[in-house]
Ligand binder design. Structure first.
Ligand code: ADP
Length: 481
C-alpha cells in the first residue's frame, strides 16, 4: 500500500516544523523590531519634552505676545548652556517663524495643519517626519502658555540617528535572511524526517513479509535504545506469542482429528470384521458392544472439546452461588468409595477444617472438577491402592488435596499434563478410556474461580493434586492470564 506524499509522516513533519519555526521567527522579528523602535522613540520624546520644558521656564524673556515678537538671544543662551544638538524653532503667537537654532542652517521646521490645530487647542503635538535618505526626525510642536493663553510656539526636533539605522538594518536582515532560514530549515527537516522514517519503512516492509507460514521470522532490531527499538521488541514479542498460539492451534487441531480418527478406525475395522467373519448373534453382539464403547468415547471427546472451546470464548458463564464445600466434598467422598470398589481401592477422607466451609462458586462445575481428579486418581491407581481426599482452610482459601498411591508421573510430564490431549502413557490411557482433556477442564474451572490447581508426583508412589479456591468467590481475585 503506497502512501500519498501529502499524507506521509515525512511531509507532515517537515511542513509543521517549518511552519512553526517560520512563525516563531516572524513573530520574534516583528516583536524585536517594534520593541526597539518604540523604546528609541520613547527616549527621544523624553529629551524633546525636557527641552520644551526649559523653554517654558524662560518664556517671559523669550515671547512677547502683545508685540507678536520673539526674543532669540535667551534661546541661543539656553542652547549653549545645555549644549543641545536638537533643532529648535520658535514661533510668535501668530505662528510667524522667528528664531531658529544654528544647526537648522536657515531651514524651517515643518508646521503642518494638524500641528497648528493642536497648538490652537493648547495641546502638544508629536510626529515623526521622514527626511531624505530614509532618515527620520521626531518633531515636537509645543504651545507656550501663560495664564491659560498661548504666547508662542516652540518646535523641537531630534534625528533618530545611528540607533534608527541599526533598527533599519535589523529589519533588512530579518527580511532577507528570514525566508532563507525558513527554506534551509525546511530542507534540513526533510532530510532529518527521512532519517527518522527510514527505519519505520524498513520495519513496515519486514512486517509485510511475515504471515502464518513464516511466523518464526522477526523484525530487524538496530541495536539502539530508542522508542522505535522498543516498538520492534514489543512487536517481536507479540510475534513470539502469535507463533506459540499458532503452534498450539495447529497441534490442537492435529491432535483432535487424530483422537477422533482412532475410534472411527476401530469402528470401521470392527464393522468390517463383523461383515466378513461374524456368524453367530453372540459375535455380532460383542462387536456392537465394542462399537458402542467407541461411540461413547467419541461423544466424550466432542463434549469435552465443546466445553473447552465454549469456556475460551466466554460462552460458559459460571453460576456463582454460595454453597457448602464441606458437603460437596463429603458427597464426592462417598461416590469415590463406589468408584474405587471394583479395584478395591481404599478411599479416606481427612476433614481438617474446624467448621463447615462455605464458598462462593459454581457448584456443578466444581463438582465436575473434583470428580475428574478423583476418577483420575482411581484410574491411575492399581488394585488395592489408596486414595486420600483432604479438605482444609488456609486463610481465605479453601484447599482440597486428592492424593493417590498410583503409578505417579515423571517430573518432566508435570508441566504438560494440563495441556489438551497430553497423556503420559498413550497406550494405557486408551485402555482406561481417557480422552486427555480432563485435566484441561480441571485447570479451566479452577482458574475461572480465581484459584489454582497444582500437582506433585513420584513415579511408582502416587500423585497429589491440590486445588486452592478463594472462599469469597472468583471476583475477589484477579483471574490468571
Ligand atoms: P485422561 O482423560 O487421559 O485421564 P487427563 O487430562 O485427565 O486425561 O490427564 C492427562 C494425563 O495425565 C493422563 O493421560 C495421565 O497420563 C496423567 N494423569 C492424570 N492424573 C493422573 C494421576 N492421578 N496419576 C497419574 N497420572 C495421571
Amino acid at each position: 500500500m503506497s502512501v500519498h506524499p501529502q499524507d506521509s509522516i515525512r511531509f507532515r513533519l517537515t511542513f509543521w516544523y517549518t511552519l512553526t519555526l517560520g512563525v516563531i521567527l516572524a513573530v520574534s522579528g516583528l516583536f524585536s523590531y517594534y520593541y526597539f523602535s518604540f523604546s528609541l522613540r520613547q527616549q527621544v520624546d523624553v529629551e524633546l519634552r525636557e527641552i520644551a520644558r526649559q523653554i517654558d521656564r524662560h518664556q517671559d524673556e523669550i515671547f512677547d505676545p502683545v508685540a507678536d515678537s520673539v526674543n532669540c538671544q535667551p534661546m541661543h543662551n539656553l542652547v549653549n548652556q545645555f549644549n543641545w544638538d536638537a533643532f529648535i524653532q520658535l514661533r510668535s503667537v501668530k505662528f510667524h517663524a522667528a528664531c531658529a537654532s544654528e544647526n537648522l542652517l536657515g531651514e524651517e521646521l515643518q508646521f503642518g495643519g494638524v500641528a497648528r490645530q493642536q497648538v490652537r487647542w493648547l495641546n502638544q503635538h508629536l510626529e515623526s517626519v521622514e527626511k531624505s535618505a530614509g532618515r527620520s526626525q521626531r518633531l515636537l510642536t509645543h504651545p507656550v502658555i501663560a495664564e491659560g493663553k498661548l504666547v508662542g510656539v516652540a518646535q523641537v526636533a531630534i534625528c533618530f540617528g545611528a540607533s534608527e539605522e541599526t533598527i533599519n538594518q535589523l529589519r533588512l536582515i530579518y527580511l532577507l535572511v528570514g525566508p532563507f532560514a525558513v527554506i534551509w530549515l525546511g530542507v534540513g527537516c526533510w532530510f532529518l524526517a527521512d532519517r527518522l522514517i527510514t527505519p519505520v519503512i524498513d520495519i513496515t516492509d519486514a512486517a509485510h513479509g511475515i504471515n502464518a507460514d513464516n511466523l518464526d521470522k522477526r523484525l530487524p532490531t538496530r541495536g539502539c535504545q530508542d522508542e522505535l527499538e522498543r516498538m520492534v521488541i514489543s512487536l517481536n514479542r507479540m510475534l513470539e506469542r502469535l507463533e506459540d498460539q499458532f503452534r498450539r492451534v495447529r497441534q490442537f487441531s492435529g491432535d483432535a482429528s487424530h483422537e477422533l480418527r482412532t475410534p472411527l478406525t476401530i469402528l470401521r475395522g470392527e464393522t468390517e470384521v463383523a461383515q466378513r467373519w461374524a456368524k453367530t448373534p453372540e459375535e455380532f453382539r460383542d462387536i456392537l458392544i465394542s462399537n458402542v464403547e467407541e461411540i461413547d468415547r467419541m461423544e466424550r471427546i466432542i463434549e469435552n472439546l465443546l466445553t473447552l472451546s465454549k469456556s475460551e470464548v466466554g460462552e460458559l458463564p459460571l453460576d456463582i452461588k454460595e454453597f457448602s464445600l464441606s458437603d460437596l466434598i463429603q458427597g464426592l467422598y462417598l461416590q469415590s468409595k463406589i468408584l474405587g470398589e471394583p479395584k478395591q481401592i481404599q478411599v479416606d477422607f481427612d476433614y481438617q477444617a474446624e467448621k463447615e466451609i462455605l464458598i462462593k462458586g459454581d457448584e456443578l462445575r466444581l463438582r465436575q472438577m473434583f470428580l475428574n481428579l478423583i476418577s483420575n486418581g482411581v484410574k491411575y491407581t492399581d488394585e488395592e491402592g489408596s486414595l486420600m481426599i483432604r479438605l482444609s482452610l488456609d486463610g481465605d482459601m479453601a484447599q482440597v488435596e486428592i492424593a493417590d498411591s498410583g503409578i505417579g508421573m515423571e517430573s518432566h510430564h508435570l508441566p504438560r499434563i494440563f495441556d489438551r490431549f497430553y497423556r503420559v502413557d498413550k497406550a494405557r490411557n486408551r485402555m482406561d478410556g481417557g480422552t486427555g482433556l480432563g485435566l484441561s477442564i480441571v485447570r479451566w474451572i479452577g482458574e475461572a474461580h480465581g484459584g489454582s490447581v497444582t500437582v506433585t508426583s513420584v513415579p511408582g508412589k502416587g500423585s497429589t493434586f491440590t486445588v486452592r479456591l478463594p472462599v469469597a468467590g472468583p471476583d475477589t481475585l484477579t483471574p490468571p492470564s
